[in-house]
Design a protein around this ligand. Structure first.
Ligand SMILES: CC(C)(COP(=O)(O)OP(=O)(O)OC[C@H]1O[C@@H](n2cnc3c(N)ncnc32)[C@H](O)[C@@H]1OP(=O)(O)O)[C@@H](O)C(=O)NCCC(=O)NCCS
Length: 231
């Protein structure tokens, strides 16, 4: 197991509330056989490795809160963090998998997603953003080279943030992404500030959710959260 403490520190600094982040990388052969034995036999080596990396990252993020139990998962795959903590897990990569977890007792809900920085193809872009979002992003990134991935990552983080309370499947076009500030990076410069909300038909899901996009050389990381007072 390889801990990415530089990424952990960077992400902790970037969140506007007190939070803990765990970041763990795992290559083939990293997961001990005794841990593999606990996973469903249908899981591929990569699936086992990403789940393992996510749980190791969670253990690191939970350490300062003195939580030693392994984070469970409900029948729908939602990770179960002990109250009053809000938390979320993500993973990405193939040969080297990154497991990422963020935990905080300062917010009501929290979602995180991480993606390797690479441009998305036109078909995928169309599935993720609508014409309005596209215009917004083109203003800061004419070719949508990097920015469509910001929207993808932010919408996935939003989904993880709201799903545990609403239990509704949401498509990419049901969630709207508004970029208040564009990120500049990699690492060290400014983060992207976003608001995300969801309208199902005429009805808003009703939760104001804010988010932050952090760029590193290698990754896009998106956080989404709802504050304790619902704002
Ligand atoms: C939940 C979902 C977004 C996860 O995305 P992913 O690319 O498969 O996986 P990631 O690496 O980003 O994250 C996986 C982790 O998310 C967490 N997770 C899974 N389902 C979740 C849910 N419904 N709510 C919150 N967290 C969830 C789990 O901890 C999981 O890791 P684990 O299974 O090892 O415990 C995806 O599987 C999904 O269900 N998508 C359908 C809805 C959607 O994407 N709509 C478009 C955006 S609005």
């Amino acid at each position: 197991m390889q801990v990415d403490s530089a990424l952990e520190q960077l992400l902790v600094q970037r969140l506007p509330f007190v939070a803990q982040v765990g970041a763990v990388r795992a290559t083939r052969g990293t997961v001990p056989p005794e841990d593999v034995a606990h996973f469903p036999p249908t899981w591929s080596e990569k699936r086992a490795r990403e789940h393992w990396a996510g749980r190791k990252a969670a253990a690191r993020a939970l350490e300062p809160y003195e939580v030693t139990e392994v984070v469970g998962r409900d029948p729908e795959g939602v990770p179960l963090f002990p109250s009053p903590l809000a938390g979320s897990i993500a993973h990405t990569g193939t040969r080297s998998v990154l497991g990422l977890c963020v935990v905080s007792d300062q917010v009501r809900t929290l979602g995180v997603d991480v993606e390797i920085r690479k441009p998305l193809g036109p078909e995928l872009i169309e599935r993720i953003i609508d014409a309005k979002e596209s215009r917004l992003l083109e203003a800061v990134d004419a070719a949508l080279g990097d920015s469509a991935l910001w929207a993808f990552c932010a919408k996935e983080a939003y989904y993880k943030c709201v799903y545990p309370s609403h239990r509704r499947f949401l498509g990419f076009h049901e969630v709207s992404f508004h970029l208040t500030e564009a990120p500049s990076g990699p690492s060290g410069a400014d983060d992207g500030i976003v608001t995300l909300d969801c309208t199902l038909g005429e009805k808003a899901l009703g939760d104001a959710t804010v988010g932050r996009i952090v760029l590193t050389e290698e990754f896009v990381v998106a956080f989404a959260w709802q504050s304790r007072d619902g704002g």
